[in-house]
Design a protein around this ligand. Structure first.
Ligand SMILES: [Zn+2]
Length: 103
């Protein structure tokens, strides 16, 4: 991943990623749904300019509109991340499961 500046915040821990738009914590799934500008982040934008990323599994889902991206971010990664949806994650050592201290 490419970073714009070193300024992570607790509430929005990915706000320093290049192309950052918005994010939402899905504590029940142990992940964040993160919306970035695919081009600025250096991702493939063939499927759409706006990429939604499951930060726990690294799953990337492209959409053509930012509005759609925000919708999928809110509805949660079970809709577009196979591993959040129950498939076994083949690289558990790479998982970055968030801890929810707020509950
Ligand atoms: Zn996931």
């Amino acid at each position: 991943m490419t970073y714009t500046e070193e300024n992570p915040s607790r509430r929005k821990p990915h706000s320093w990623w290049a192309g950052y738009q918005t994010e939402r914590k899905h504590a029940d799934l142990g992940t964040y749904a993160l919306v970035v500008d695919a081009r600025e982040q250096g991702l493939d934008d063939a499927g759409g300019r706006w990429a939604i990323i499951c930060t726990r599994h690294g799953t990337i889902f492209n959409t053509t509109s930012l509005k759609l991206a925000r919708m999928f971010m809110r509805s949660g990664p079970t809709e577009w991340c196979d591993y959040c949806n129950g498939f076994e994650y083949p690289w558990p050592e790479l998982e970055e499961k968030i801890e929810d201290a707020g509950r």
